[in-house]
Design a protein around this ligand. Sequence first.
Ligand code: GTP
Length: 373
Amino acid sequence: MSYFDTSPPQARRIPVTLLTGFLGSGKTTLLNQLVQQPSMSRALVIINEFGEIGLDHQLFTASTDGEQIELSNGCICCSIRTDLAQTLKDAVWRFAREGQRQFDRLIIETTGLADPAPIVHTLMSEAKVARHYALDGIVTVMDAASGSTTLDRHDEALRQAAMADLLLITKQDVASKEQLDALRQRLAAINPSAPQRLLDHGHIEANDLLGLGPEDMDVRSADIQRWLGEAASNAATAHSPTLSAGALFARVDSAEVQTGMSPAAPLPDANRHDDHIRAYCFVFERPIKAARLEAWLSLITSLMGHDMLRIKGMLDIEGRDRPLVIHGVQHLFHPPVELEAWPGDERFSRLVFITRDIPRQTLEMTLGDFLDG
Ligand SMILES: Nc1nc2c(ncn2[C@@H]2O[C@H](COP(=O)(O)OP(=O)(O)OP(=O)(O)O)[C@@H](O)[C@H]2O)c(=O)[nH]1
């Protein structure tokens, strides 16, 4: 499939929210609050236990068969004991009555130790799954008190934070102000694209964490800015006219995004896991040739897919009037979305990358070669 093929799918796919976060961060507490809300009444909740003892499952014990539970408000919960892809394929008919699917939204709670990427991979690359489901967003829960230590010790936690579309910070009531501030700053450096929200014992409006993907995005500038992150807008205002002769005219890395200052600012301790994570934003003033960008994306993700944690972009593609939104996890891309119009007056392309151990120069030079060549 082309990264830029906007032909509509035959039917709107079921939006999937991936709820992730390290062990004990507060995922189940949040889920318990969510499933009581009316907007979740037609949600299927899958608890991805991967063979662990099903402690989470106790929280939904309304059923006797241990697999399928219907809560009073109609929310359906399912604890995976089989392969995820098979469970997702089966769910479409298994949770149906008289041929009508009984859910129109899916929430997957991962285990605390899960790397979100293989789950996203299952959703997007298995044809029979991708026909029915589309990733709406990755929501990552972080514990304000222990979050920094967890990021120091567990690479999985770092990947969960880096891939998130939304970061929910729990347990501020038991964290010091210093712990909370340090975590927030660190998360902003790891993933400047993801908004951060503070949660009190899991309380949040379900609608605040649903509809995070570009399919549901309004073209209002605030929405797109939120989704692409401050990086994109910072890059737009920081561009240097002297570079504007080429396709590439501005770039911002996570150090700038975090502090609003020069990227030459000293970096933190090089042994920390998150010092391997970098967010880069590239801005292009001229329309981009789709075939060239596609060739570059294809090459770069096949060579570095594992370390290309997130890619998001709003693109001015040559020959198209409207902006095209693309986003991917590793080498997998969602079907692109064409927005109704450009937000505000700003018609230019922005690409945001969250990477692990990929130098900015590698992206910049190869990208420049492909687009200019
Ligand atoms: N003080 C405080 N405790 C919280 C908050 N949110 C969750 N907790 C508690 O944190 C503990 C772990 O929460 P869970 O919701 O079970 O965490 P989890 O991420 O589902 O845990 P795993 O299933 O082990 O991955 C529970 O005792 C919760 O009551 C909060 O905002 N403040």
